[in-house]
Design a protein around this ligand. Structure first.
Ligand SMILES: [Zn+2]
Length: 272
């Protein structure tokens, strides 16, 4: 059984701020601490997946820089995809229909969700017929390949959003959001325990959980802002149209003004 673990950091117990790049020792230490909290939750999911019979577990370090999980501390049986992706719009690199399940750790609510921790990104399907956050978009991309999303962790708002879309999956609510930057949080030892239990149970019942499918053809746009704060607007002047969610998503990412894929080092480039 192959399991894909998609990770983000906003939904980890103890995380209530977007990181900033201030080089002060306090900030560097704070960021390192957030990464340790993320790593603990990811590792809980990985170990539980192996306990539930996984033979291969791939972790995707997907937040911001793509270099957040302290991978030297992970269960040595898994492998990790990390680093900045400049080669193409691949949200779930190396993902294909050979995986039996998608597991989501550290997820946040979609942009505009009231009283959610660090909510951002609202994908709009067919002019508002369906809205997807980053977590439900990952689930839809997996669903397109026939793979079910069996588990997710995060705050109460993302758990509620996903539970509505994928009722049979298992969830771990690791904090209750009190606002965008304040939460009532479980202590890491407890959040990891809930994640481990949830992943184990989810994989034992993976066969009963339907892939989350968005039917095509469809139109797709993204509602967001450059710093993820209101006012939110449609990022693309014209929604992209495609036969299925995967093609629509790839097209939309390529059209985003801030994405520049296929970046290569210029001729004569030398490292300082
Ligand atoms: Zn993130």
């Amino acid at each position: 059984m192959k399991v894909y673990v998609q990770t983000d950091i906003e939904g980890v117990a103890g995380v209530v701020f977007f990181e900033h790049y201030d080089p002060s020792p306090e900030n560097v230490q704070h960021r390192q601490r957030m990464r340790r909290l993320l790593t603990g939750e990811v590792n809980a999911a990985v170990t539980a997946a192996f306990e539930a019979g996984a033979t291969e577990v791939i972790v995707n370090d997907s937040h911001g820089s793509g270099y957040n999980v302290l991978f030297e501390e992970l269960d040595a049986r898994c492998e990790i995809i990390h680093g900045r992706n400049c080669s193409g719009p691949h949200w779930l690199p190396e993902f294909d229909d050979s995986f039996e399940a998608l597991v989501l750790v550290g997820m946040h609510a979609m942009g505009g969700t009231p009283k959610a921790i660090l909510p951002h990104s609202r994908w709009e399907v067919n002019d508002g017929e369906i809205f997807l956050g980053e977590a439900s978009m990952a689930a839809a991309l997996a669903g397109h390949r026939g793979v079910p999303t069996v588990f997710a962790s995060g705050d109460d708002k993302i758990v509620a959003e996903l539970r509505e879309k994928i009722p049979a999956a298992r969830y771990a609510q690791v904090k209750k959001a009190l606002g965008a930057y304040q939460a009532r949080s479980l202590i890491p030892a407890r959040s990891r325990e809930l994640i481990a239990q949830g992943v184990k149970e989810a994989l034992e019942h993976a066969g009963d959980i339907e892939p989350y499918r968005i039917r095509g053809p469809l139109q797709l746009n993204l509602i967001d802002s450059p710093n993820h704060a209101p006012p939110f607007t449609r990022v693309l002047d014209k929604s992209v149209e495609a036969a299925n969610i995967e093609d629509a998503f790839m097209q939309a990412l390529k059209a985003m003004p801030w994405n520049k894929f296929n970046v290569e080092l210029p001729d004569g480039f030398q490292f300082p």
